[in-house]
Design a protein around this ligand. Structure first.
Ligand SMILES: Cc1cc2nc3c(=O)[nH]c(=O)nc-3n(C[C@H](O)[C@H](O)[C@H](O)COP(=O)(O)O)c2cc1C
Length: 411
């Protein structure tokens, strides 16, 4: 028989946890996010369906993206115990400069359509966190605006190369003059991938006011308020463009571009050069022979070729072949700091995040992007401590295996 007593107020006092209510709605929202998936949920509530789907979606059946994420969730870590892990460092030297984390912001187009602070939020957060920011050719703030907004950030410029060398050069010159230290040439877009969500949503830029979009806008008034009361979206890198967006997209992706054009750009650019969208060992070897400073193993976040190689699976073979000659970076599917640590353990020098930062941006502008990196940093540091390492250089392939069900038979 349990013996009961009457609780005294003195017993209750230490249990009471009434917090002062947080009056700042954005802070209240973001404080609740513990993972990137939580930021995604907030982003989805606040962003109209068409721009949210444009960000979240991938090409065709979205198989490339799903597989890339599955590969990360199928990682099995192998920790070493009884090491002093009280202090960890996540610093990394990348492309001749420092980064305080082994992750940077991937180039994304139309960023201001997802949330009005767009590239400015990205570059300023990158500056505050000490990591690189990549500006897309399809960015919605100009090279010069981004440079002025984040003077202390490391800035990389992503180029969609054209056969028309004068036009490519005009952009590249501006980026060099504005202090961008790295040119990231994206090579997995000879034509646009089939983004079926966009077709189904009747997605257009700027967004069209149809009955559907207006209905969808009703519970998301702040997105529309921001959109309608800030300067109109335009491709600020291409200020002289005077055609339609469809014409721009057609011009942007030039199916005639070859290795020769890459060599030409390489000869013109004064800084570091990285090739993004490498998906085979053979291409990695060819690029290393050309002397590029880095390659990004990427399938464009699954937005181009569907059923493309999983970058995380490709990584060990590419590192074994060219890791001594050029830096091997990786993106696609990263949703947690543990994904980044797994990639570094298998030899990635650096990683990039697209959606993970865009979910933060849509969830809360600049503060939301900061929250993305706060979450990733916490996850990275914790994973390293639990693995028994204190620096990125101590991570090694032995820390990671893949569950059998997804391991590539050819690996
Ligand atoms: C909304 C969106 C727009 C993108 N725009 C570009 C772009 O303009 N240029 C480019 O090279 N890559 C672009 N990417 C690809 C990213 O740079 C990166 O490769 C990809 O997002 C990585 O996958 P993750 O989103 O799973 O992190 C875009 C990705 C997204 C999600």
């Amino acid at each position: 028989m349990v013996k009961r007593r009457f609780p005294s107020p003195r017993d209750l006092a230490p249990l009471l946890r009434f917090k002062k209510p947080e009056l700042n709605g954005k802070k209240r929202r973001l404080d609740k996010a513990l993972t990137i998936a939580d930021l995604r949920q907030i982003a989805m509530r606040r962003t109209p369906k068409a721009p949210f789907d444009y960000t979240e979606g991938a090409a065709e059946g979205e198989i490339s993206l799903a597989r890339a994420r599955e590969a990360f969730s199928d990682v099995e870590f192998h920790p070493a115990v009884l090491h002093d892990v009280s202090e960890v460092s996540l610093e990394r030297e990348v492309l001749g400069g420092p980064s305080s984390l082994p992750v940077g912001i991937a180039p994304t187009g139309f960023t201001r359509m997802m949330q009005t602070e767009g590239e400015i939020a990205g570059v300023q957060s990158a500056e505050a966190w000490g990591i690189p920011f990549s500006l897309s050719t399809m960015g919605t703030r100009s090279i010069e605006e981004v440079a002025a907004a984040g003077p202390g950030a490391r800035k990389w410029f992503q180029l969609y190369m054209w056969k028309d060398r004068e036009r490519s050069m005009a952009l590249v010159d501006r980026a060099a003059k504005a202090g961008f230290d790295t040119l990231m040439v994206t090579v997995d877009v000879p034509v646009a991938g089939a983004r079926l969500r966009d077709k189904r949503n009747g997605f257009s830029i700027p967004p069209a006011l149809t009955l559907g979009t207006v209905m969808n806008a009703l519970p998301r008034p702040w997105w529309w308020w921001d959109f309608l009361t800030t300067d109109p979206l335009e491709f600020a890198s291409l200020s002289s463009w005077n055609g339609t967006v469809a014409e721009l997209l057609d011009a942007m992706f030039d199916p005639t571009v070859t290795y020769e054009d890459l060599a030409w750009i390489q000869a013109q650019w004064p800084g570091k050069i990285v090739v993004k969208g490498v998906q085979t060992v053979a291409d990695a070897k060819k690029l290393a022979t050309m002397g590029v400073d880095g390659i990004v193993l990427s399938n464009h976040g699954g937005r181009q070729l569907d059923r493309a190689p999983i970058p995380f699976h490709l990584l060990p073979r590419v590192v074994a072949e060219v890791g001594n000659e050029t830096e091997v970076h990786l993106d696609t599917g990263i949703m947690s700091g543990a994904d980044i640590i797994a990639a570094v353990a298998l030899g990635a020098k650096f990683t990039l995040v697209g959606r993970a930062y865009l979910y933060g941006l849509m969830a809360g502008g600049r503060e939301g992007v900061d929250k993305t990196f706060e979450i990733l940093l916490g996850e990275m540091a914790r994973t390293m401590k639990l693995l028994g390492v204190t620096t990125l250089d101590e991570l090694e392939p032995g820390h990671v295996t893949q569950l059998e069900r997804l391991r590539a038979k050819t690996a």
